[in-house]
Design a protein around this ligand. Structure first.
Ligand code: TTP
Ligand code: MG
Length: 397
């Protein structure tokens, strides 16, 4: 009901979308708990002499020396020898994240958390208490600060794509609102890398075709972009470059899951062939999970008999996981538990209780390395050329 909205909101666009992202999150929490760190170059990730450590994040004072997330600690020490280096305390960051979440839930009826320190809010129709977008954003920042003692950056725009760019553009401690009439002024000067879906390779591709900025893209017909990037990506990039993005803000739901299932051409009884399918499905789910940069805590196995009777069994683990091994192991146990007496028409593997994956940069482990290398090769060569031996049917393990 646009008519019920205050005039500023209507002028602002059909929707009022807010993106909020904490500044140097882990580092701010450390400086909050340890006042002696404040105003100093602070690197969170590991001790100064940890040989394999990786930077989780660092204070803006450390960023001035070129230190960045995901950089080896060794490199950070070279760039910033007088920096303070500390280990991450995940439990504490989760605790603060929950405090922030409580503020967001009170502020907006529709909250979509993206990671431990970042969320979208849909404020459409909830604009009344505020004089204008900046008043709304300031109020949110003040409430977060009052609850946690930490600063956030906030972006407000008619859609998700622009709201996120807006909050990034004001960092740290920023507040940027982009009204519908200002979309072009805001977007046109930005480099093509700013567009969701444009990675380094696509950006290089566009640069070779003479497109460095969003303005360059907009000067060409959409069809040219589609020829260059393929119909789907080309259309997606072009729409975003025009400031059009109608993705809804989606509140998280327990039901969110990633899964694969397959209906067999011929029903399959319990045995090595069925188990090979289970291994393949588990590995495919693992690839998707990692590609989504998520972890899961629940594995579900779904079966269907030839008479269409369908059953599922699930198990939730105490700790998050993302590796094929764990998915397969749990799926195998669940399939055991069915004690199959009849052949199956369908088999499916699902994971749920999804959360954004931070582990990778925090605690690189060997298991991850194997999966990463397999994923990279499989991505490169299209189909899953690399498989674990257990996926090969009729093979003794
Ligand atoms: P970000 O929001 O990407 O980074 P940030 O909050 O530290 O800094 P800013 O938003 O001001 O640019 O990530 C949030 C937290 O997630 C970050 O504090 C630490 C963690 N993290 C990692 O552990 N590894 C990473 O590679 C990244 C990018 C983040
Ligand atoms: Mg952040």
């Amino acid at each position: 009901m646009a008519s019920a909205r205050p005039a500023w909101a209507v002028a602002f666009g059909e929707r009022t979308i807010v993106h909020v992202d904490m500044d140097a999150f882990f580092a701010q929490v450390e400086a909050l708990d340890n006042p002696e760190y404040r105003g100093k170059p602070l690197i969170v990730g590991g001790d100064r002499d940890s040989p394999r450590g990786v930077v989780s994040t660092c204070s803006y004072e450390a960023r001035a020396f070129g230190v960045r997330s995901a950089m080896p600690i060794r490199r950070a020490v070279e760039l910033c020898p007088h920096g303070i280096f500390v280990r991450p305390r995940m439990a504490r960051y989760q605790e603060v994240s929950r405090q922030i979440r409580a503020v967001l839930d009170e502020f907006s009826p529709v909250v979509e958390p993206l990671s431990i320190d970042e969320a979208f809010l849909d404020m459409t129709g909830a604009e009344h208490p505020y004089r204008d977008p900046l008043h709304m954003g300031r109020t949110l920042k003040e409430r977060i600060f009052a609850a946690t003692g930490l600063t956030a950056s906030v972006g407000i725009a008619p859609n998700k794509f622009v709201a996120k760019l807006a909050s990034d553009s004001g960092k740290p401690n920023g507040l940027v609102a982009v009204a519908a009439a200002d979309l072009d002024r805001f977007l046109l000067p930005l480099p093509v890398e700013a567009v969701w879906g444009v990675g380094p390779r696509t950006a290089a591709h566009l640069r070779r075709a003479g497109m460095r900025t969003i303005a360059d893209v907009r000067r060409r017909p959409a069809a040219e972009l589609c020829r260059l990037l393929g119909e789907k990506l080309g259309r997606h990039v072009y729409e975003l470059c025009c400031g059009r993005d109608n993705r809804p803000v989606e509140p998280e739901s327990e039901a969110k899951s990633i899964g694969r299932e397959t209906t067999f051409p011929v029903d399959i009884p319990e045995g090595p062939e069925l188990r090979a399918h289970l291994a393949r499905l588990s590995a495919e789910v693992g690839v998707r999970l990692r590609r989504a940069q998520m972890t899961a805590r629940t594995v579900t196995v779904k079966i269907r008999y030839p008479d269409f009777a369908t059953h599922t069994k699930s198990r939730t683990l105490p700790a998050p996981f993302k590796d094929d091994e764990r998915i397969y192991r749990e799926a195998s146990r669940l399939l055991d538990a069915f004690q199959l007496k009849r052949p199956l028409r369908l088999l499916g593997v699902y994971v749920s209780h999804l959360e954004p994956d931070l582990q990778l940069t925090l605690f690189p482990v060997r298991e991850d390395k194997v999966a990463q290398v397999m994923d990279a090769i499989n991505r490169r060569y299209g189909a899953r050329v690399l498989r674990r031996a257990r996926e090969l049917e009729h093979r003794e393990m």
